[in-house]
Design a protein around this ligand. Structure first.
Ligand SMILES: Nc1ncnc2c1ncn2[C@@H]1O[C@H](COP(=O)(O)OP(=O)(O)OP(=O)(O)O)[C@@H](O)[C@H]1O
Ligand SMILES: [Mg+2]
Length: 501
């Protein structure tokens, strides 16, 4: 480079200035219209091109220049560009004058301070000139709207606190406590026998909380093998393992961020993981497996169990510190036998639901049948009541279910007051289940694979054991000599069994 050349920086500076000037002139001369506003958003200048839009905007030049731009150009973002200093290079502006392809740039003085903004109308009627692009844009927009609606629908809580049927003092107290808990962000603990509505109430608490529009994520701890629980909770960093999880996986804590995490069957949590869960609850921080990285999360925990956690603490199988952390706001759900006053309302609501789901007509229950139902022990609580009603409805076309229709379904149910029940005409005779086993596909056995036939036998055995145990899944697994995780796996494969259990 010759020694006499001026320093490069000066040259570059001049070139940039020239470029800026000619770019502005190019823009201004090719654009359909140009406007300049000052730092107070007031229109200080418009060109001839822009004047053409004034009638469509409903203004004459005299009452346009000098006004705040947002007062005379609906939906403009010029003010935002002035305030933020960030240009909006291309945008679609729509108002009563039409749709325009526009560009907006901040204007700065020598010191770099924002003194206003310049706006160009690059194209009017872009809907004709840019038809393919706009068409694609509106199609994508429509798809996005539809997807958003679907997500909102999927996330909409399935139950509210009002779905917890019952007006007995015990039921009202549960609902009162649930509403109070919903107002807070504290951990809630739902305690109660199997089938008393813990999961339903967890949904209800979420729906009544400020987190209702955010995800509700459930983990059934009993259903996940111990070795996979940590990954299920906290996620796995990409590359932590080879194989299926190579890409990494979000944990349930992360999926529930901003919303509610429902920890079902918390009493089944292995001790080793309890301390990690406690830390996550206390710090609201998680460490995905293999990541060496701490992530903050914001989740409210609702935990549930049918086990006696306090006794488990004494026995050393549940950490005391975790128990105290969870037990801040315990809600005890009464067993059905403790709130028989609600039986009629429950029968009515469950019958309607059964009818809706099965497509069969709704049945009512005669007073005698109701009295019979009230004498049962209901170890499986509302789930068992539901199954009993469902089976009785399947056995007859009668619209009113009489006591005799319940003899079959309740064969496996202990009578809570044998002294009285045994002397009445509506004795429940323990009989082999009369309801037919799940219908086998009408295919000759030899044509079905061995795996199919084995699965069918499993299905029948599980259905039977669930009935024997009033829907109690822990007892069912024990009776069948299978792990709880394996049972939940089958129930996930055959969801109708769980409904019917
Ligand atoms: N108060 C209630 N009103 C209406 N339906 C209820 C009520 N309680 C429970 N149910 C119904 O009973 C069934 C069992 O309820 P849910 O699954 O919430 O019980 P759970 O306490 O979580 O049982 P488990 O401990 O076995 O998991 C569901 O079909 C639920 O809709
Ligand atoms: Mg449950």
């Amino acid at each position: 480079m010759p020694a006499s050349s001026p320093p490069l920086t000066l040259d570059a500076d001049r070139v940039l200035k020239l470029a800026a000037q000619s770019m502005f002139e190019t823009f201004a001369s090719t654009a359909m219209g140009t406007m300049v506003v000052d730092s107070a958003h007031r229109i200080v200048w418009i060109d001839d091109g822009y004047r053409r839009f004034l009638p469509a905007l409903g203004h004459a030049e005299g009452d346009f220049v000098g006004r705040r731009v947002e007062d005379v150009v609906p939906n403009t973002l010029m003010g935002q560009v002035v305030e933020s200093g960030t240009p909006i290079l291309v945008d679609l502006l729509t108002n009563q004058a039409g749709t325009f392809l526009v560009s907006r740039l901040p204007l700065r003085n020598e010191q770099g301070k924002i003194i206003g903004a310049v706006g160009f109308v690059l194209l009017d009627h872009p809907e004709t000139t840019m038809q393919p692009l706009i068409g694609k844009f509106s199609r994508l927009q429509a798809e996005l709207d539809a997807a958003r609606r679907q997500i909102a629908e999927a996330r909409r809580p399935r139950y509210t606190i009002a779905s917890f049927i019952g007006t007995s003092p015990a039921a009202l107290e549960v609902k009162r406590q649930a509403r109070r808990v919903a107002q807070t962000d504290s951990t809630a603990l739902l305690l109660g026998e199997t089938g008393t509505g813990k999961e339903l109430l967890a949904h209800g608490i979420h729906a009544a909380s400020r987190r209702a529009a955010r995800p509700f994520v459930g983990v059934n701890i009993a259903a996940v093998p111990d070795t996979l629980l940590e990954a299920e909770f906290f996620g796995v960093a990409p590359g932590a393992y080879t194989g299926a999880d190579r890409k990494g996986r979000e944990g349930k804590f992360k999926l529930a961020d901003g919303g509610t995490l429902f920890l079902d069957e918390i009493g089944d949590m292995p001790l080793a993981l309890q301390s990690k869960l406690l830390r996550a609850l206390q710090e609201q921080e998680i460490e995905p497996l293999g990541s060496n990285r701490i992530e903050r999360v914001d989740v409210r925990i609702v935990a549930a169990t049918s086990r006696d956690l306090a006794a488990m603490v004494t026995a050393g199988s549940f950490r005391a510190d975790l128990f105290y952390r969870l037990n801040v706001l315990p809600i005890r759900l009464p067993a059905l036998r403790e709130r028989l006053a609600d039986l009629e309302a429950l029968v009515e609501s469950l019958s309607e639901d059964i009818a809706r789901r099965s497509g069969l007509p709704a049945r009512s229950v005669s007073p005698e049948a109701l009295a019979l139902l009230a004498r049962q022990d209901w170890p499986g609580n509302i789930r068992e009541l539901r199954n009993t009603l469902e089976q009785a409805a399947l056995m007859t076309d009668d619209l009113v279910l009489e006591a005799r229709h319940f003899n079959g379904p309740m064969g496996a149910t202990r009578d809570s007051a044998p002294g009285t029940a045994a002397t009445t005409a509506t004795v429940v005779i323990p009989s082999p289940p009369v309801d037919p086993p799940p219908v086998l596909p009408q295919v000759p056995l030899a044509l079905r694979t061995l795996a199919d036939q084995v699965a069918e036998v499993e299905r029948i055995a599980i259905a039977q054991a669930l009935r024997d145990n009033g829907g109690n899944r822990a007892q069912t697994a024990r009776q069948l000599g299978m792990s709880r995780a394996a049972l939940y796996d089958r129930l996930a494969r055959w969801p109708d069994l769980d409904q019917a259990s």
